[in-house]
Ligand binder design. Sequence first.
Ligand SMILES: [Ca+2]
Length: 110
Amino acid sequence: MFYGPSGDCLERCGDGLNYGINECDDGNLEMGDGCSPDCLVEDGWLCSGGTRTKKDSCQPIRTEIVRANSTDWNHLNVEFSKDVMILGELRPKDFEVKVFIESKKVALKR
Ligand SMILES: [Ca+2]
C-alpha cells in the first residue's frame, strides 16, 4: 500500500501485502506460481493467507483421475477431474504420469 498522487491509498502488487483489493499478492511479479504479475489468482491455483502484514501462499489445485480404461486396441483413456497438461512424452513403459493443471482437457490415447 502506498499513497497515490492525490493522496489516496493504492495497493502495490508484488509487495507481499494484501489489503484485499487484489485477488492475491505472493510478494513477487512472477507468473506460473499461482499469483500472476497482475496479482490475479492463476487458473488451477488457490491462494490464501494474505493480509496487511503477510503475503499470500498459493497451492495448485490437485486433480484426480475420474475414469481410466483400456481398449482391446491397447488404447488408454484417462479422464481427469480438472484440466491438465501432460509433461514429457508418454512411453508404454511409463507407469507414473505427472500432470499439471492447464486450460484444456486432455484425453490420453496410447
Ligand atoms: Ca507470483
